[in-house]
Design a protein around this ligand. Structure first.
Ligand code: BGC
Length: 760
C-alpha cells in the first residue's frame, strides 16, 4: 500500500510514541516502520562512489562485509574529470544498483571542501573549490535520483578534517562560510534537489551541526528552499530534542530507548511543541512515500556494462602532470621491453578505507591490462621494487627493479600511498610517499631516462624532491575497480589524458594556508585563512607550487582565441549577466579534451578578495584541427563578495578581470569588463566612524551640512583639517562628539542617525 495518498490523515492517526519512533531509525540502515498503519521501513546505504549494502550486521567504518557492487572512481578522481555529464552517468549507474538492491537512499555525494591536503577523507571529496564540488555533486544527485532513489548530500557542513571530528568546533567567519564552505551545498540543494541532506558530526562556531538551527533551517530551508529530509551522520546526535527543534528530522542510527523517550517526554511536559515533532514526522513520511514510488521492479544491473563505465570514467579522471619529450604515450614496437615496476601494478589501490569502502564486482590489475594492451612481441616484465606497505627500504626488491629497468626500452613505475595512510577516521600526518618509493625513482632514472611514474593516492602527495627524475607523471588518484584498465588505455595512447587538478599540488605542506591552523587544539579549529583556501591562498601570497589548480596535460595541444564578453541587464533589476565566449582549437595530431576554465578577479575591492576565482568551466572534446566555443554566463553573485555587515552579497561597481586558460596559472587570454552597480553603502549609526560617514553619498553631505562652515566659509571643526581627519577619522562620530572643539555634538549625531533611520 502506498502511504502517499493521504499523509495528513496518516499523521493524525499516529500516537506521540509512534511519531517519536519515526524520527529515529529502527536499526543501523533502516527507518522505523509502523506496521499497524502500513508504514514500511526503508533502507539507506553508503555511498558515495559505490554501493555498500550490508546484508548482515551494520557498521559505519567499512569493516563488515557488503554485497558486491561496482566501485567507481572516488570523488578525488571524479572531481578531476571536471565533467558533470560523467558524474551524472556515474550517478545513474549507482541509482540502478541501489534499485536492484532495494536501497532507497544512497549516502552521498560528499561535497566538503579540501581545506588541507591532510584530511583523511579527501579521497571522498571533489575539490578545494566550491564550484567544482557543487556542479559535480549536483550532477551526481540528478543521476542517482533519476532512478527513483534518493541521495544524502554530506557532510553538512564544514567537516574538513577527521581529527576529533565528533566534537571539534570549526570556527569560521560568516563570509568564509558563504563563499567557500556553503556554496557547494547550496548548488547541490538548489540544482540537484536531493531527497536528503546529512548533517556533519562537528560543531560550527560552538554549536553541533545536528543542533544548528541557522544551518539546518534558516540557511538550508528558508534561504535555499530545501524541501527534503535532514538526517544525522551516524552518531552525530547528542540532544535529540534540541536537534529536532533545529531541523534534524531523522536520527541515524537510532539511540533506541533514549532519543525516542526524550522526544515523548519533551512533548508531554511542553518543552517541545507537538507541531515541531509533526514537521519531522511529515518529512520522514514524505521520504518513505518517495521511496515507495521508486521501488517497483528494477531491471537487472548490467555488471559488465558498469565495469566498462567505471573504466571510461577513470580514463577521464587521470591527470597528466608532466610529459617531457613526449615520452607518453608509450608506443612500444615488437622486440621492445616495457618494464613495469612497483607493487601497485600488481596489487592496485583503487579506493579508500572507511564507510565508503565497496566490495567490488571485479578489479582490473594494471600489469595484466598493460600486457593485454601492448602489440605482439613487446615484453612487459615486472619487478615489485617495494612492498605496498613498506616504509623502510627492501634492498633486494629495489635492486631487482633497477636491474629490470636497466635493459628496458621504457619503465612504468607504479607508486602510491600505503592503504593505511588514508582513511575515514584520521588525518594524515604528512604528504610524503614512503621513502622506499621515492628513493627508487632516482635509482631507476640513473639506469633508464624513460621513467613514467603512475600515482595511486586519494589525496595530494608531495612531488618535490623526486619528480625531476621522472620523464612523465600520471596522477590516477584512487580510480575505482577499473582503474587498471584505464591506466593501460592512457599509457598506450588508446585515449588522451583529460583530467585536470581539482586541488593544487603544493611544493610543501607548509605552503598550504591552513597549515598553522590544522587540525586545531582543545576542541577548536580556527579557519584563520578565511576565504584563502587552496589556489585562492597560494595565489594571494604568490607561492610557487608543484602543479597549480586546473593543471593537466594532454597528448595534443590547444590554442585559445577570441575571448569576448558582453554585459547586459542591470544589478538594480537583478538581471545582470556577463556572457563570455572563447574559441579553442585542437592544434595537435590527436583527438583530445580541453577543460576551458574561466576565472574572475576584482582588482579594486573594498574587502580582501582572492586574486582570481573559478567561475565557470567547460570540457570540450575536439578532433585534430577542430575548433569549439566555450560559453559561460556569469551573474551578479559570481562577481560579489559576502558582506556580514549587510548580511548579503555585495556587488561593487567598476572593473572586473576575466581570464580564460588551461589552469589557474596558465591563463591564455585576459580582458576586463566594467560593471555598473549602485555603490556599496555601509549602514550608518553613531558607532560608524567619521571616515565612514564622509564616504557615504548621503551621510557625507548630511554631516558636512550639520557641522557647517566657519566665518571664512571653510568647513568648520575637524572637517576643516585633512590632517585631523586622517589621524582620528577612524573614531566613531559619537566618540568624537565627546571631544570639545571638533564641531560635532551629541545632538547632531542623534539627529543625523535619526535622519538615516527615517530613510531606511
Ligand atoms: C560517515 C558517513 C557515513 C555513515 C554511515 C559515518 O561515519 O561519516 O559518511 O555515511 O558513517 O556509514
Amino acid at each position: 500500500m502506498s502511504i502517499s495518498s493521504d499523509p495528513t490523515s496518516l499523521l493524525s492517526r499516529l500516537t506521540v510514541e509512534e511519531k517519536a519512533a519515526l524520527c529515529l531509525g529502527s536499526d543501523f540502515w533502516r527507518t522505523a516502520p509502523v506496521s499497524r498503519l502500513g508504514i514500511p521501513a526503508i533502507m539507506v546505504s553508503d555511498g558515495p562512489h559505490g554501493l555498500r549494502r550490508q546484508p548482515d550486521e551494520g557498521d559505519h567504518v567499512g569493516i563488515g562485509g557488503s554485497v558486491p557492487a561496482t566501485c567507481f572512481p572516488t570523488a578525488a578522481a571524479l572531481g578531476s574529470s571536471w565533467d558533470p555529464e560523467l558524474a551524472r552517468r556515474v550517478g545513474e549507474a549507482l541509482g540502478r544498483e541501489c534499485r536492484e538492491q532495494g536501497v532507497a537512499v544512497l549516502l552521498g555525494p560528499g561535497i566538503n571542501i579540501k581545506r588541507s591536503p591532510l584530511c583523511g577523507r579527501n579521497f571522498e571529496y571533489f575539490s578545494e573549490d566550491p564550484l567544482i564540488a557543487g556542479v559535480l555533486g549536483a550532477a551526481m544527485v540528478v543521476g542517482v535520483q533519476s532512478h527513483g532513489v534518493g541521495t544524502s548530500v554530506k557532510h553538512y557542513a564544514v567537516n574538513n578534517q577527521e581529527t576529533d571530528r565528533l566534537r571539534v568546533s570549526a570556527d569560521v567567519d560568516e563570509r568564509t562560510l558563504r563563499e567557500i564552505y556553503l556554496p557547494g551545498f547550496e548548488r547541490v540543494v538548489t540544482q540537484g534537489r536531493p531527497w536528503t541532506v546529512m548533517c556533519a558530526y562537528n560543531k560550527i562556531n560552538g554549536t553541533y551541526a545536528s543542533e544548528h538551527h541557522w544551518l539546518l533551517t534558516e540557511v538550508l530551508r528558508d534561504e535555499w528552499g530545501f524541501d527534503g529530509l535532514v538526517m544525522s551522520d551516524w552518531g552525530a546526535v547528542h540532544d535529540r530534542v534540541a536537534a529536532l527543534a533545529a531541523g534534524l528530522d531523522l536520527e541515524m542510527p537510532p539511540n533506541l530507548g533514549v532519543s525516542d523517550a526524550a522526544l515523548v517526554a519533551a512533548v508531554r511536559d511542553g518543552r517541545l511543541d507537538e507541531s515541531v515533532l509533526d514537521t519531522g514526522v511529515r518529512r520522514v513520511l514524505d521520504l518513505v512515500a518517495r521511496a515507495q514510488a521508486g521501488s517497483g521492479p528494477a531491471d537487472p544491473v548490467d555488471v559488465d556494462g558498469h565495469h566498462a563505465l567505471a573504466r571510461e570514467v577513470a580514463r577521464e579522471c587521470a591527470v597528466l602532470l608532466k610529459n617531457d619529450d613526449g615520452v607518453l604515450p608509450l608506443q612500444p614496437a615488437a622486440g621492445e621491453t616495457v618494464a613495469v615496476i612497483g607493487e601497485f601494478a600488481r596489487t592496485p589501490r583503487y579506493q579508500g578505507a572507511g564507510s565508503s569502502q565497496v566490495n567490488p564486482t571485479q578489479v582490473d590489475v594494471p600489469l595484466d591490462e598493460l600486457r593485454a594492451g601492448v602489440p605482439d612481441g613487446v615484453e612487459v616484465p615486472f619487478a615489485a621494487g617495494f612492498g605496498v606497505d613498506d616504509d623502510g627500504r627492501d634492498e633486494e626488491l629495489a635492486g631487482e627493479a633497477v636491474e629490470l629497468a636497466r635493459g628496458a626500452t621504457s619503465v612504468v613505475l607504479f607508486l602510491g600511498l600505503p592503504a593505511a595512510d588514508e582513511s575515514e577516521g584520521f588525518d594524515r600526518a604528512h604528504m610524503d610517499l614512503p621513502v622506499a618509493q621515492t628513493a627508487l625513482v632516482a635509482r631507476i632514472a640513473e639506469v633508464n631516462p624513460r621513467v613514467v611514474v603512475v600515482l595511486a593516492n586519494g589525496s595530494a602527495v608531495r612531488l618535490d624532491g623526486w619528480q625531476q627524475h621522472a620523464a612523465a607523471v600520471l596522477e590516477c588518484w584512487l580510480g575505482g575497480q577499473a582503474g587498471g584498465g584505464a591506466v593501460a588505455d592512457l599509457l598506450l595512447g588508446v585515449a588522451s589524458p583529460s583530467g585536470r587538478l581539482a586541488e593544487t599540488l603544493p611544493l610543501r605542506l607548509e605552503d598550504n594556508t591552513s597549515y598553522l591552523n590544522f587540525p586545531g587544539e582543545a576542541g577548536h579549529v580556527r579557519y584563520g585563512e578565511g576565504v584563502f583556501v587552496g589556489y585562492r591562498g597560494y595565489d594571494a601570497v604568490g607561492r610557487e607550487v608543484s602543479y597549480p589548480f586546473g593543471h593537466g596535460l594532454s597528448y595534443t595541444t590547444f590554442q585559445y582565441e577570441d575571448l569576448d564578453a558582453s554585459v547586459s541587464g542591470s544589478a538594480e533589476a537583478g538581471d545582470l549577466a556577463v556572457d563570455v565566449t572563447v574559441a579553442v582549437t585542437n592544434t595537435g595530431q590527436r583527438r583530445g579534451k580541453e577543460v576551458v576554465q574561466l576565472y574572475v578577479g576584482d582588482p579594486e575591492a573594498a574587502v580582501a578578495r582572492p586574486v582570481r576565482e573559478l567561475k565557470g568551466f567547460q570540457k570540450l572534446d575536439l578532433a585534430p584541427g577542430e575548433s569549439g566555443t566555450a560559453t559561460f554566463r556569469l551573474d551578479a553573485r559570481d562577481l560579489s563578495y559576502w558582506s556580514p555587515v549587510h548580511g548579503g552579497w555585495q556587488l561593487e561597481p567598476g572593473q572586473f578581470d576575466l581570464a580564460v586558460g588551461a589552469s589557474s596559472r596558465d591563463l591564455r587570454l585576459t580582458m576586463s569588463i566594467e560593471v555598473s552597480a549602485p555603490p556599496v553603502r555601509l549602514p550608518l549609526d553613531g558607532m560608524s566612524t567619521l571616515e565612514e560617514w564622509l564616504a557615504d553619498p548621503e551621510g557625507g553631505p548630511a554631516l558636512r551640512a550639520a557641522v557647517g562652515t566657519d566665518s571664512d566659509g571653510r568647513p568648520a571643526g575637524i572637517l576643516g583639517s585633512e590632517e585631523m581627519i586622517k589621524v582620528i577619522g577612524n573614531f566613531p562620530i559619537s566618540s568624537l562628539a565627546a571631544f570639545a572643539g571638533l564641531g560635532i555634538t551629541h545632538q547632531m549625531v542623534e539627529s543625523l542617525v535619526a535622519g538615516r533611520e527615517s530613510r531606511s
